[in-house]
Design a protein around this ligand. Structure first.
Ligand code: ARG
Length: 296
């Protein structure tokens, strides 16, 4: 399957394969969540500042939000000494292969602090009947759905690269999944994962941080989405608005208080659901990072 890096070579909008119709969510319990090291700019100065009780309440409220929208939530127990494991978007890329077999690509985490998380996910997926695809040799850094976002209704995956995920992951994902891949280079360390810089709401609407992409990336996104909303930098950097998540194309679950972006989405008929993820922002993560959508 081709990998596209320029706006000119984007595939036409006619190739359809159902994506984004997931009904099940995977989360990791926040028992051992903490900020114990600094591997992104948002973590700086936050070591030891997490309020565990509040983090737990915020995590529960997020889980209940997915449940109230009709999603079932499976939970992997957090592991001591793996404080970032709660960010369940990063360790894997689950998908259905051409025969409908649930499959999953395991991540190669860029930071040594996070590498041990992946095996706990592998165990869970094996028990759930998934075919597990381990990394190639030499391994290519690829931080799962933190850097990979489906275009709803198309067999097309956007992959962000440059900080955590490396460029070679694009070809690998395309070959393993059998999908088109569009690479988007990330250029600002505050937006170190694609899911901090781009939020695809449905096939016509997406939020993005213009400053996080190079000119080619911006052009690609402009071609792909009829309503492409450039969010204010402050709402992206402090409010993590581009890390909000729409599980169904109609609702948008997002960290509270991002007034400007929220109003624009409401004007397009999107129902905004605000949650408080302040304890997780200290680690550089919010809604999208804290869950994995499962294809079965
Ligand atoms: N502290 C974590 C890290 O730097 C946060 C991960 C957030 N996840 C995400 N998908 N953006 O790896």
């Amino acid at each position: 399957m081709p990998v596209h890096l320029t706006a000119e070579s984007i595939p036409p909008l006619t190739k359809i394969a159902a994506r984004g119709s997931e009904k099940r969510v995977l989360m990791v319990s926040p028992t051992h969540y903490d900020v114990l090291y600094e591997i992104n700019p948002h973590m700086q100065g936050n070591i030891g500042t997490v309020d565990k009780v509040e983090a737990s309440a915020q995590w529960n409220a997020l889980r209940e939000t997915y449940q109230s929208l009709g999603f079932s939530v499976s939970v992997i127990e957090g592991v001591e000494a793996l404080p970032d494991m709660v960010f369940a978007a990063n360790q894997t890329v689950p998908f259905l292969d051409a025969d409908g077999q649930p499959s999953v690509i395991l991540s190669k985490m860029a930071s040594a602090y996070r590498q041990a998380e992946v095996e706990y996910f592998a165990e869970w997926y094996v028990a759930a009947g998934y075919k597990v695809i381990r990394h190639v040799n030499p391994p290519i850094e690829f931080e799962g759905m933190g850097d990979a976002i489906w275009h709803p209704t198309k067999n097309l995956l956007y992959i962000g690269y440059g900080f955590r995920t490396q460029r070679g992951a694009l070809e690998r994902a395309a070959a393993c999944i059998g999908c088109e891949v569009v690479g988007l280079q990330l250029v600002d360390p505050h937006f170190y994962h694609l899911d901090t810089a781009l939020s695809v709401i449905n096939q016509t609407t997406a939020l993005y941080v213009q400053e996080a992409f190079c000119t080619d990336g911006v052009k690609i996104l402009q071609q792909q989405f009829e309503h492409l909303i450039a969010v204010p930098l402050s709402e992206a950097k402090q409010g993590f608005v581009t890390n909000g998540h729409s599980p169904d194309g109609k609702h948008f679950i997002v960290h509270q208080g991002n007034m400007e972006t929220t109003q624009q989405l409401q004007a397009l008929g999107i129902q905004v659901i605000e949650v408080d993820t302040s304890q997780f922002l200290k680690s550089g993560g919010s809604v999208f990072c804290m869950k994995m959508m499962l294809p079965v």
